[in-house]
Design a protein around this ligand. Structure first.
Ligand code: CTP
Ligand code: CA
Length: 224
């Protein structure tokens, strides 16, 4: 949308969004990844920009086109690169939305040459990646910090723990139990939980509609 008269609600707000999967290298030709398409994060970026925000979209590898509007794309591959990009842009952000499916583990050693199939089996040692969102939570000043939680059991309790551990203002709990929700699907079934643990379950809806709901939460936060 054009904002000739400066009337769009999120005008002047800087929104940092992470999206997509990360790829964690094993050797020069292989990686550990996941099925995230990036669609949720890109839909949020599109909606934030449509409402007048200045968006920085830090994205792992996807096949998606950059949405229209005031969006700066920062393309990364690994969780370490996403971590560094997020910290480089954090001070400048008013709102952070972490929609990326960041790998939790990565190969402890990256082979410099292609691993040959010389053995009958292969053990890969993995080490934990940095928790990007938790590290941003530690640095939080005035930023409104929104995370996602992907759970398959004890969903509410696990989501509450993530709010505390990552110092979040809002979490978008994604129910993978639901048919039609999650990776590669056009729809999501989410529950919003705020830092006071107020719960708001939403209907199953398209990711575009979920993105609108998330942006509405931000507008409410700023009373715009
Ligand atoms: N996240 C992150 N950096 C990581 C892992 C997760 O920034 N290394 C962010 C995700 O983008 C998401 C939130 O943290 O917004 C929760 O991710 P999720 O995978 O649900 O939780 P984890 O903290 O990784 O815990 P677990 O996978 O064990 O449930
Ligand atoms: Ca995880």
């Amino acid at each position: 949308e054009k904002d000739i008269e400066g009337k769009l609600p999120l005008r002047g707000k800087k929104v940092l969004i992470t999206a997509g999967p990360t790829y964690e290298p094993i050797d020069p030709v292989r990686f550990i990844g996941n099925y995230s398409t990036g669609k949720m994060g890109y839909d949020i970026a599109a909606e934030a920009a449509a409402q007048g925000a200045e968006v920085v979209l830090i994205s792992g590898p996807t096949h998606l086109q950059l949405p229209a509007g005031n969006i700066t794309a920062v393309n990364v591959v690994s969780s370490q690169q996403m971590y560094e990009a997020c910290h480089a842009h954090f001070d400048n952000a008013d709102v952070v939305i972490a929609a990326a499916a960041v790998a939790d583990y990565r190969p402890a050693v990256v082979a410099t040459q292609k691993i040959k199939k010389n053995e009958p089996g292969l053990m890969l040692e993995l080490e934990k990646t940095k928790d990007i969102l938790a590290s941003l939570g530690e640095r939080k000043k005035n930023q409104f910090l929104i995370g996602f939680a992907l759970e398959t059991e004890n969903e509410i309790e696990h989501a509450r723990q993530k709010i505390k551990k990552k110092n979040l203002d809002l979490i978008v709990l994604n129910s993978l139990n639901d048919e039609g929700a999650g990776f590669g699907k056009p729809t999501n079934k989410v529950t919003f939980i705020d830092s006071q643990f107020n719960e708001e379950p939403m209907e199953l809806k398209t990711k575009e509609a979920v993105a609108k709901d998330i942006i509405n939460k931000i507008k409410k936060h700023y009373n715009v």
